[in-house]
Design a binder for this molecule. Sequence first.
Ligand code: FAD
Length: 380
Amino acid sequence: MEENDYLIVGAGIFGATVAERLAVAEKKVLVIDRREHLAGNIYSYTDDKTGIEVHKYGSHIFHTELDEVWEYITKFTDFNDYVHTVDTRHDGKLYPMPINLDTINMLYNTDMSAEEAEIFVAEEAEKDAKRLGISEPKNFEEKGISLVGEKLYTAFLKNYTEKQWNTSAKNLSADILKRIPVRFSHDNRYFMTAKHQGIPKDGYTKMVEKMLDHENIEIRLGVDFKDLKNELPEGIKIVYCGQIDELLDYKLGVLPWRSLKFEEEKVEEGLGEAVINEADAEVPYTRTHDYKFYQVHQPEVVKQKKSIIAREYPNDYEKGGEAYYPVDNEESRGLYQKYVKLCKECYPGLVLGGRLGAYQYWDMDKAIYNALKLVTELLK
Ligand SMILES: Cc1cc2nc3c(=O)[nH]c(=O)nc-3n(C[C@H](O)[C@H](O)[C@H](O)COP(=O)(O)OP(=O)(O)OC[C@H]3O[C@@H](n4cnc5c(N)ncnc54)[C@H](O)[C@@H]3O)c2cc1C
């Protein structure tokens, strides 16, 4: 470790971007990860028998509106032309998601034009809010109903959200739901505003391997920071992409997260598309992924009958488990800030990074963007 200028804890996309940029700037970098693989939560591997690239921690679709991020990441991989679409299953039928004109017409069994549907949804929302006495929405449920009406809300938002957060929508803040993206058109692209979108042709792990393939970078997998922290050489700068509460031995309590469990299965016949959301309460999982549909540049993989699917179950997070989504509210933000203060006292000079260190949900492009920004600061 003595030979290194920087220790990067976490070999996810954030840590990999920081390490790569520092290495190019002639810094010696040691990257560690406690997992036995690179790439953090975007890790994927190819199944030998089928050639299917399995996204171990759930579907990951790269999408961005940021040209600088696209310019950066395309140095390490070519992307295919995959454009993400999602259907939601409700009462045994599949509906386009986010809600669009077809979703509305299917649910109401109507044939409205875009203009008619827009007026209709606004009228339904107003009528239902009035009937239920909602003037100032006090929670997620009231907000949902006041935005799109009870029928659309109940079909597509209520149960899905309750499964995700394991609580009644009445207990969730109205603030979570700023707006419901309803499209009065047939457009079913999931990331409608993405300027660039696709899946790395050789997979995410190969992309990260290429980022870290530099003479100034040393990688050690299966190594936890806590096993090194007592032997850190003086002067080494640390970028820490793990959980701050864990780093500080949970001295102030556990930061709230939501977790997920993925149940993988090799099947004789797949879903027919990459992701199906499950909107109904009786189905305990929220999504099913069918990974082969991301490989549009390999038609032989997509065309085979067999597939590898994964059911995604939301889970309560327990200390030491896998943290997926921060539970973002005033209380948790307050606790996080207290940890940041404590961290400055205990580890002066340590920089927090990545989705875990920042206690934020970031898409991959945001993680890269923030990593690039951090390196500019570090090199000043
Ligand atoms: C279900 C799901 C689906 C998603 N889908 C998309 C998508 O379609 N498109 C998109 O753009 N984004 C998506 N994201 C977001 C994406 O996963 C993140 O942007 C990305 O993983 C963030 O990378 P990171 O490097 O910050 O964190 P991570 O990938 O989590 O990397 C952190 C690494 O730090 C390591 N670590 C932690 N603590 C220690 C320690 N003490 N010692 C050593 N190592 C440690 C961990 O093992 C981990 O490998 C999704 C997220 C989720 C949860």
